[in-house]
Design a protein around this ligand. Structure first.
Ligand code: MG
Length: 339
C-alpha cells in the first residue's frame, strides 16, 4: 500500500517535509515566457473541523486546522459549530500565511467549501472567503468538499487513475471522546467474536439501515447473557460495514478494469479498513493508496488543491454565485481539469 508519511497527530500541523517537494509534475501559469507558480488559499469548515491551507503547484505549504469538540455524549450542532469556526478561522488564515511565509499579495485565489455540509458552518467560512477575496482582490473558487477529498488523496499518494472509495461520517450522538469512529476502532481491536449483523449489498448500492438498531436490540440481551462483549460488537460492526465497502469497491474495479484503489474521507484513516482493502487489492494484483489523518480528515489544503485544479482549468465563482449548499452532490461537479 502506498501511504503518505506517518502523521504528527496534531490538529495544528507544520508542513511535512515529504510534502515540501513536488509530488507530481505540474506547472504554474506562463507569464512572459516564464512559468509562474500558482498559490491558492483553501478554507474548509463544512463540519466540526475548520482549516486554512495553502497549496502551490502540488506542494502543501501549510495546513493548520482546529476541531470543535462538544461535551462527551453530544453531537456537534450547526450553531455551536459555526460559533467555534467564527472564533478561530481568522487565526488559522494568519497561521497558514505565517507558516508558508507568504503575504496575501502573493496569493492567486481564495477557494472555499461550497458544500455539502452543515449550513451554518458552511456560511461562516464562505463569508470569510468572500470578504478576503474582495479585500485582497483575488478570484474566488467554490469547491465541492468531496472533490476536495479526492483531489487531496490523488495529490498526496500520486495515484494515477484510481477507483475511489470515499468514506465519511461524523455527526453522531455516540460518546465522542475523543471521536466516535476512533473509539469504535480502538474497541474493535479487542473484539474477537463476530456477531452476525445485517449485510445489504445490491450491485453498487449498500444499505446500512437497521445495523445500529439491530445492535441496540441485540446488545442488551447478548451483553446481559455474556454471549459477547461491547468490544465484540464494535469488531463486528467494523467487519460487516467494511466488508460491504470492500465488496462494492472490488465490483467497481472489476467493471472498470481498474488497477488502483484510493481511500479518502475521514473514515479512510481506519487501519482495519485499509487492511481489508489492501487484502482485496493484493488478490486482484492492484495497488492501494491511502493517506493518514492529516489529509483524510477535513482540512484546508484539500480545498486549496481542488481550487488550484479548478482555477487552472478556467473555473472561477463570481461573487453573486458564491453561495453555499448543504446538498451538493459530487456528480453535480463539472470536472474540467481531467481528461
Ligand atoms: Mg469530509
Amino acid at each position: 500500500m502506498i501511504r503518505a508519511e506517518p502523521s504528527q497527530c496534531s490538529d495544528v500541523q507544520a508542513p511535512h517535509p515529504a510534502l515540501c517537494k513536488d509530488v507530481r509534475q505540474v506547472g504554474g501559469e506562463r507569464s512572459g515566457g516564464a512559468m509562474r507558480a500558482v498559490t491558492v488559499l483553501g478554507l474548509e469548515g463544512s463540519a466540526n473541523k475548520v482549516g486554512a491551507g495553502l497549496v502551490r503547484d502540488g506542494r502543501v505549504l501549510s495546513n493548520p486546522r482546529r476541531t470543535f469538540v462538544p461535551a462527551p455524549g453530544h453531537g456537534f450542532l450547526p450553531g455551536q459549530t459555526a460559533r467555534h469556526h467564527r472564533g478561530c478561522v481568522l487565526d488559522l488564515v494568519r497561521q497558514a500565511l505565517r507558516e508558508a511565509q507568504l503575504q496575501p499579495a502573493q496569493l492567486d485565489c481564495v477557494a472555499y467549501t461550497k458544500g455539502p455540509g452543515m449550513g451554518a458552518p458552511l456560511v461562516t467560512v464562505a463569508v470569510v472567503a468572500r470578504t478576503l477575496a474582495q479585500l485582497w482582490n483575488k478570484p474566488l473558487v467554490g469547491v465541492n468538499h468531496c472533490v476536495g477529498h479526492i483531489e487531496m488523496g490523488r495529490l498526496v499518494t500520486g495515484a494515477h487513475n484510481p477507483t475511489v472509495l470515499y468514506v465519511s461520517g461524523g455527526n453522531t450522538q455516540i460518546s465522542n471522546d475523543p471521536s466516535p469512529g476512533y473509539n469504535i476502532e480502538q474497541m474493535a481491536k479487542k473484539g474477537q467474536k463476530l456477531v452476525e449483523l445485517p449485510y445489504t449489498v445490491k450491485g453498487m448500492d449498500v444499505s446500512f439501515s437497521g445495523i445500529l438498531s439491530h445492535i441496540e436490540e441485540a446488545a442488551h440481551k447478548m451483553l446481559a447473557s455474556g454471549e459477547c462483549t461491547a468490544e465484540d460488537l464494535c469488531f463486528s460492526l467494523q467487519e460487516t460495514v467494511f466488508a460491504m465497502l470492500v465488496e462494492i469497491t472490488e465490483r467497481a474495479m472489476a467493471h472498470c478494469g481498474s488497477r488502483e484503489a484510493l481511500i479518502v474521507g475521514g473514515v479512510g484513516c481506519n487501519v482495519r479498513l485499509q487492511e481489508m482493502m489492501g487484502i482485496m487489492c493484493a488478490e486482484r494484483g492492484a495497488r492501494l493508496f491511502a493517506t493518514d489523518e492529516r489529509f483524510c480528515v477535513d482540512n484546508g489544503a484539500m480545498i486549496a488543491q481542488a481550487g488550484w485544479e479548478m482555477l487552472r482549468s478556467g473555473q472561477q465563482t463570481p461573487l453573486e454565485e458564491s453561495w453555499v449548499t448543504q446538498r451538493y452532490r459530487t456528480d453535480e461537479v463539472e470536472v474540467t481539469w481531467r481528461d
